[in-house]
Design a binder for this molecule. Sequence first.
Ligand code: ZN
Length: 172
Amino acid sequence: MDRASENLLAEVDGELARRVRAMEAALALKGIGLKVTSGRRSTAQQAVLYANRASNPNPVAKPGTSKHEQGLAVDVVPTGARSTAVQKMIGEEGERQGLRWGGRFSKPDPVHFELAADSNAASSTFALVTNDAAQITINGAQLLTQAKKEASGGQALVTICVCLFVYKFVLS
Ligand SMILES: [Zn+2]
C-alpha cells in the first residue's frame, strides 16, 4: 500500500492493521489494489467531519461514538475504478478476514471496516489510555511544582485545587 495508507495503518489497532493487510494480499490476487483513506481520528477531527456531514457521501458518526476515535476502524477504497461491484468484493474480503463491513450497516458505509466487539482488539487503545493517564500524572506533578514555586499566598492553593479538580473530574 502507498505511504499515506501505511501511515494511517500505523496509527490504528495492530489487529485491525493485520487484517487490512490480509485483505490487501487476497485482493491483489484478483487485481484489486487498496488504499486507506482514513484511520484513527481525534474527537476534534470527528467533530469537524460531523459538522460537514451534509457534504460527505458517506454517513458520519457523532463525535464520541465513532470506532475511528478508538483506532478500531479504517476507510478503504480501491486504487482503481470504484464500482459498486468492486466495493462489494472488497467488503466481502473484509468479512472473510473477520471485520465488520459498513456496507451492511442500516445506513450503508461501503468504505468502512471495523473490528467486531468480540475480536481480540484494543491493545493499542489500552496503551493510549495508559499513556494519557501517565501524562496527566506528569502534568499534574509539574503544575504542583510550578504552583509551589510561585506560591506566596492563598492564590497558589486555589490554582492547585482548581487544577486537581480539572484533572480528576474533567479530564479523567
Ligand atoms: Zn469509517
